[in-house]
Design a protein around this ligand. Structure first.
Ligand SMILES: NC(=O)c1ccc[n+]([C@@H]2O[C@H](COP(=O)([O-])OP(=O)(O)OC[C@H]3O[C@@H](n4cnc5c(N)ncnc54)[C@H](O)[C@@H]3O)[C@@H](O)[C@H]2O)c1
Ligand SMILES: [Zn+2]
Length: 361
């Protein structure tokens, strides 16, 4: 492992401290540090797009290339992963190395938790979503058939290396998806933090230094919540802002809208509904709306069928007997957990959102 640096983030977890290193060219440097006790899981698209930087990794004796699809993180895909790692002689003292976005992360993290009851893993996130959000927080999530993210563990990596050069090849849609999670965590940090990011939003796409600054800040905001509540029993719940609606939007559109963009629309919907129910002010909704629209508008080209949305909304596992558990802004724009009755008023506010110019069509 590289020497400690002051710019590292140090995250506390139930498994001890782990570091996030920011290293320009980190992907290119990885090959030289690999040993025979490392087993690499690599996103196939990243392998192609970063062929030159990853040349030594591509020649590593234990390499699993993964197509980053939801099917790839389905439980029934795991036997070949395990068989290949065992054929390459994996032992408990060895280490897994994940290179890719959230899909490769989830596969590697789940394997690290369960293979021989635990193998250490390192992570090189290559999507904006993974760099700015999912790389910390310990969670793995695996699909079973059509049931998304139903299996999972809390298994932090031993180290994360963020290489900004990885993002150079990322599609516009995936960049916006990552920005959705960045907007979310800044909204949770408070109106001031959100407004600052909103003011710099356009510069994210023209100035790599600005993007890097907000990747780091997003992780710092998330760090505070996961260190307080790693196992998501209380304070960390607010990280689901935009997600109850977002997951329902993903499901109602058959996953045509990528996660972070569904979350962006989900935040706009949460704000709209909170205002309709008198929980927040028009000012807070209007303050956030332009940047949410700027992030998702271009890709929100799938109409959301209301009945499918309601069916998906009601399935959310966080709901209670007396109503829907939603993460909504209050009158000061602070994001918190609220229980909202599942009644006609709630339904009609959702329907009005779907008919508003902000909703996808
Ligand atoms: N475990 C967690 O905490 C957590 C949190 C959020 C999301 N997730 C999961 O992560 C997944 C979404 O992750 P994601 O948005 O990172 O997407 P992803 O891993 O599906 O990658 C998106 C696309 O980008 C490609 N890609 C990756 N890196 C690239 C690069 N540098 N250049 C060009 N293309 C690149 C991939 O091949 C894929 O086509 C979902 O399955 C979600 O459930 C997990
Ligand atoms: Zn998310």
């Amino acid at each position: 492992m590289a020497a400690l640096s002051e710019s590292d983030l140090r995250i506390q977890s139930h498994r001890g401290e782990y570091r996030v290193r920011f290293e320009r060219g980190g992907l290119g440097a990885l090959g030289a540090s690999l040993t025979r006790t490392d087993h690499v899981l690599l996103d196939r698209r990243v392998a192609t797009l970063h062929q030159a930087a990853l040349a030594p990794v591509l020649n590593h004796p234990s390499l699993l290339l993964i197509d980053a699809t939801e099917e790839a993180k389905s439980l029934d895909r795991f036997p070949p992963y395990v068989e290949q790692l065992v054929a390459r002689g994996i032992k408990r003292s060895h280490r897994l190395v994940a290179i890719g976005g959230g899909v490769v992360q989830d596969i590697c993290c789940f394997l690290a938790a369960t293979l021989m009851r635990g193998v250490p893993w390192r992570f090189y996130p290559t999507t904006l979503l993974a760099q700015a959000d999912s790389c910390i927080g310990s969670k793995s999530s695996v699909n079973v058939g059509a049931i998304k993210n139903i299996l999972g563990t809390y298994t932090p990596p031993v180290e994360i290396v963020i290489d900004p050069l990885a993002l150079d090849t990322l599609d516009r849609r995936d960049l916006r998806s990552g920005a959705g999670e960045m907007l979310k965590v800044h909204a949770i940090a408070g109106p001031e933090a959100f407004d600052e990011l909103a003011a710099d939003y356009a510069a994210l796409w023209t100035d790599p230094a600005v993007l890097q600054r907000y990747v780091r800040r997003s992780l710092e905001h998330k760090q505070r919540l996961i260190e307080l509540d790693e196992f998501d029993r209380g304070p960390r719940n607010v990280m689901n802002y935009g997600h109850t609606f977002g997951h329902a939007i993903e499901s109602a559109t058959a996953f045509a809208i990528p996660h972070g963009l569904a979350v962006t629309i989900g935040m706009a919907m949460a704000n709209f509904v909170a205002e309709s129910l008198g929980m927040t002010t028009a000012a807070h909704r209007q303050r956030m709306e332009p940047v949410l629209l700027a992030n998702a508008g271009e890709f929100a080209d799938h109409p959301i069928p209301a009945e499918r949305l309601f069916a998906a909304l009601l399935k959310d596992k966080k709901h209670q007997d007396d109503g829907l558990t939603l993460i909504l802004p209050d009158h000061e724009g602070r994001i918190g957990v609220r229980v909202v009755p599942n009644d006609e008023r709630f339904r009609s506010s959702c329907e009005r959102f779907l008919a508003s110019p902000v909703a996808p069509r």
